[in-house]
Design a protein around this ligand. Structure first.
Ligand code: MG
Length: 453
């Protein structure tokens, strides 16, 4: 009885998504065709019934909350059946749009939606030169959209296709910040009252750059007006202080996190992490830039603080050696940056072998579609660690109906087939892309030397 009810619920969900008639045409939920398909043991499943072909791959560029988001919509030859995926590389959004429209659309047109792995592998190498954030994001849009379509065709949420739930919801962390220690503590209090158990603390922006004014380089007529300045010792002292105060005020009942954003020189980074160890961080994120990965071994030998790393890495191979050497505890991956759900699942499964857990990147410049993809994987994998949460506004739910919800610090997806999220294109058009200064918060030392994130 329960199964029948579930199937009916899914049929209703399909109808809600405008797919009731499509499912009927495909015969995917019809019992007689389903039985015939089960008895047929020689025809490959992708040749059974009606083969669904891609007719168009479109890029949708929208900025409903002032951040340029790139969404891919994969359209099919079945009326009403489409999928969407996140291809957001906000700093170079127009370049991703061009990669989708000029290259991926003709590449995908006419292909069967069923073969996601084949599509990923062939699209990945179709440019011969590969593995950059522009092409990976474009590919992610297609990849996520194909998982969305597969879920709709199967009548299952994507987490179900990935193996089903291993937890009831997705535990998240949120960001507390302020220009003074008191402001940071008050922000922690606010989120604690909202039910968050895991709170990231930052003083004065990444690297405490908001606390340093009137730098020498500016007086010397160097750099650009919008550039920030960082004093490594101001940042180090302030960060140790907010950890100390947070433990004094909130005791041991909350988890504290911190993102270094790769801003310190290696020895300063190691020194600071050793000094916050006594305040028991849940993790410290990105102590070193990708160029400084060789310093991790020295860090691990000196402290037991858990480390999260990896949002700037591009290719799953970049995690292999650090994971197998246990150089960090949490994998920070920006899933669209590495090409979507398909490669992210491989890295997640690899992490299980080494007891490395996930902490997918979930900032404001991941689209709501990307957050839904994060959450579906989070629900399905065993070695989930924690998820960076967003506070979605009312408008987000209007432009992206089905956006995940967050309650008491837990993120939930709905039970509709696929990713459970769509885009209201008419509304999205009302929020055209914004002009972007194309410099991701340039930070300089006191003499003006650029500091890498
Ligand atoms: Mg980060």
């Amino acid at each position: 009885m329960k199964n029948v009810e579930n199937q009916l619920n899914r049929r209703n969900a399909l109808k809600t998504l405008g797919l009731g008639s499509t499912a009927g045409v495909l015969g995917l939920l019809g019992s007689s065709k389903a039985h015939a398909a089960i008895k047929d043991v020689s025809t490959p499943s992708y040749e059974k019934g009606i083969q669904v072909k891609i007719t168009k791959v479109r890029a949708i560029l929208t900025a409903p909350y002032g951040t340029n988001l790139v969404i891919v919509k994969v359209e099919t030859d079945q009326a009403g059946l489409h999928g969407i995926g996140c291809a957001t590389f906000t700093q170079r959004a127009h370049t991703v749009v061009s990669a989708i429209e000029e290259y991926l659309d003709p590449f995908c047109k006419g292909k069967n939606v069923a073969n996601i792995e084949d599509m990923w592998q062939t699209a990945y190498q179709s440019s011969y030169w590969r593995n950059g954030p522009v092409l990976n994001n474009a590919l992610s849009g297609v990849d996520q959209a194909l998982w969305d379509i597969k879920g709709k065709m199967a009548g299952m949420p994507v987490y179900d296709l990935l193996g089903g739930k291993t937890r009831f919801a997705v535990d998240t962390y949120t960001h507390a910040s302020g220009k003074s220690t008191g402001e940071v503590m008050d922000d922690v209090e606010k989120y604690k009252e909202q039910g968050y158990r895991n709170i990231r603390i930052q003083l004065g922006g990444y690297g405490s750059t908001h606390l340093t004014n009137n730098p020498d380089w500016k007086q010397g007529g160097f750099g650009n007006a919008g550039d920030n300045t960082m004093d490594p010792q101001v940042y180090k002292r302030g960060t140790i202080e907010i950890f100390k105060k947070a433990r004094e005020r909130f005791g041991d009942k909350i988890e504290l996190l911190h993102d270094m954003h790769e801003r310190l020189q290696p020895m300063d980074a190691i020194d600071m992490i050793k000094k916050v160890e006594e305040y028991r961080p849940f993790f410290i994120e990105d102590p070193f830039s990708p160029e400084n990965i060789g310093w991790f071994k020295m860090l691990r030998e000196q402290t037991s603080v858990p480390i999260a790393m990896g949002e700037l890495l591009n290719n799953p191979h970049e995690w292999l050696e650090p994971m197998s050497s246990r150089l960090y505890d949490y994998i920070r991956i920006h899933i669209s940056q590495i090409g979507g759900i398909t490669p992210a699942m491989k890295v997640a499964r690899l992490g299980e072998w080494f007891n490395v857990r996930t902490a997918w990147h979930g900032p404001g410049d991941t689209s709501p579609v990307g957050h839904a993809a994060n959450a579906h994987i989070d629900l399905a994998i065993w070695n989930f660690g924690i998820q960076e949460a967003q506070h979605f506004k009312e408008l987000t739910y209007e432009v992206f109906p089905g956006t995940p919800t967050v309650k008491n610090g837990y993120m939930h997806v709905n039970e509709a087939p696929g990713l459970g999220i769509d885009i209201n294109e008419k509304l999205a058009k009302r929020y055209p892309p914004v002009k972007y200064n194309y410099n991701w918060t340039q930070v300089r030392g006191k003499d003006g030397t650029p500091i890498r994130p």
